[in-house]
Write a protein that binds this ligand. Structure first.
Ligand SMILES: [Zn+2]
Length: 124
């Protein structure tokens, strides 16, 4: 069904996968903690085996940054027993242009250009 000639290289390059932070908390109990780590490492999932843990710093959670198509796909990475407590946050980046635009729209008066013009004229 797909024709090889119809691949659009621009579209492929521009399209970026959404990025999600998966936060999976677990019980601070030593055995519970070890069990969760074991589940992750034994899963064979690239995402789970590469998770970052806060346990050694007293923060019993695992974090993963994943790029997948959807939130539900991110959710499916989490082992079923831990899914209910997992938090999934879709991440975005801001560009300076975006921030400038937001600031412009939310600031009461764009007085910057007027001050600029006044500074050079006249002694203090
Ligand atoms: Zn832990």
């Amino acid at each position: 069904m797909s024709e090889p000639g119809r691949v659009n290289p621009v579209e492929t390059a521009v399209k970026t996968m959404p990025k999600f932070l998966i936060d999976v908390p677990h019980d601070p109990d030593v055995l519970a903690c070890a069990r969760v780590v074991q589940v992750f490492l034994a899963s064979g999932s690239h995402f789970l085996t590469n998770a970052d843990w806060g346990c050694m710093d007293g923060e019993h959670r695992a974090w993963m940054l994943v790029e997948v198509d959807s939130r539900s796909e991110a959710q499916s990475i989490v082992p079923p027993g831990l899914r209910a407590h997992a938090t999934i946050v879709q991440l975005n980046k801001f560009s300076m242009d975006q921030i400038d635009d937001i600031m412009r729209r939310h600031s009461p008066k764009p007085a910057v250009s007027r001050e600029d013009a006044g500074v050079s004229s006249g002694p203090p």
